[in-house]
Design a protein around this ligand. Structure first.
Ligand SMILES: Nc1ncnc2c1ncn2[C@@H]1O[C@H](COP(=O)(O)OP(=O)(O)OP(=O)(O)O)[C@@H](O)[C@H]1O
Length: 263
């Protein structure tokens, strides 16, 4: 689907805008050697807000997403979650990983564990949740993402779309405050993309705070409260989806949109 296929307003209720933002990045800088991959990044994400990050390949979107989970260290600046700077190590870092759910392009499921085990092991290990409780919760989540009937299978026996929905259930099992999605549909065959986007759209409607790196402009239009456009390591422009897609301000965003919204 292209952005022009779906001109509807965002279906998720807008965040109320009151209170402290959940995630704040202030003056964040990150280098890979000589490459200044995140430059002067300032971004606040409100409770319940869905922020979709778009931009050309290599613009720093994944690095930004990974920095919010401390999978990538930053060189300077501050990132806070619920007003607290991200912890660097130890138990606090483990808690952060529970609070910040992450879904990757490549699913990253445990290959030798069943679907059910993939979803229930995290809460048991990281939060000392009892096995019976973790299993019941995992089954509820698998039901919710539409793959409960696959619970006893190994990930490799599932389609890509099903595996990605398991990965979403696994992240949700930790009861995160925010969910990060790094190109969650890029590895999927076209017919499976929508089944994953539908689950994400439902999450957005339920008020989950989400940061989503994606090339799916239809999803951005439908589910995002805000689109953040990155280029060359910088946030060049941010706006509500309707505004961004119909009236991009910067030449770089106009050029990007003209290349991807061609049909
Ligand atoms: N671990 C790394 N070491 C060195 N350079 C890296 C590393 N990870 C990413 N880069 C480089 O940093 C830049 C930004 O990468 P990043 O993956 O964040 O971009 P992106 O916008 O997500 O791109 P894409 O849409 O292609 O996934 C790219 O030039 C990339 O080659």
């Amino acid at each position: 689907m292209t952005a022009r296929d779906d001109a509807s307003a965002p279906s998720a209720a807008p965040p109320d805008g009151t209170g402290e933002p959940l995630v704040v990045l202030s003056d964040v800088q990150k280098y890979f050697g000589e490459l200044h991959v995140l430059q002067d990044i300032n971004l606040s994400v409100a409770h319940g807000e869905v922020v979709v990050v778009i931009g050309p390949s290599g613009s720093g979107k994944s690095t930004l997403c990974r920095a919010i989970n401390r999978l990538e260290p930053i060189d300077s600046g501050v990132i806070t979650l619920d007003g607290q700077p991200l912890p660097a190590e130890g138990k606090a870092l483990a808690r952060l990983r529970a609070d910040v759910g992450m879904v990757f392009q490549a699913f990253n499921l445990f290959a030798h564990k069943t679907v059910l085990q993939n979803v229930m092991l995290g809460p048991m290990k990281a939060k000392n949740v009892k096995k019976s409780e973790a299993e019941a919760d995992a089954m509820r989540l698998l039901e919710r993402v539409g793959v409960a009937n696959q619970a006893q299978k190994l990930p490799a026996q599932l389609s890509g779309g099903q595996q990605q929905r398991v990965a979403i259930a696994r992240a949700l099992a930790m009861k995160p405050k925010v969910m990060l999605f790094d190109e969650p549909t890029s590895a999927l065959d076209p017919e499976m993309i929508n089944e994953v986007l539908d689950v994400m759209t439902d999450l957005a409607k339920e008020g989950m705070t989400m940061v989503v790196v994606t090339h799916e402009m239809g999803f951005a239009r439908k589910a995002a409260h805000r689109v953040v456009f990155m280029d060359d390591g910088r946030i060049v422009e941010e706006a509500e989806p309707e505004e961004f897609f119909s009236r991009p301000k910067s030449d770089r965003a106009k050029d990007f949109l003209s290349k991807i919204l061609t049909h």
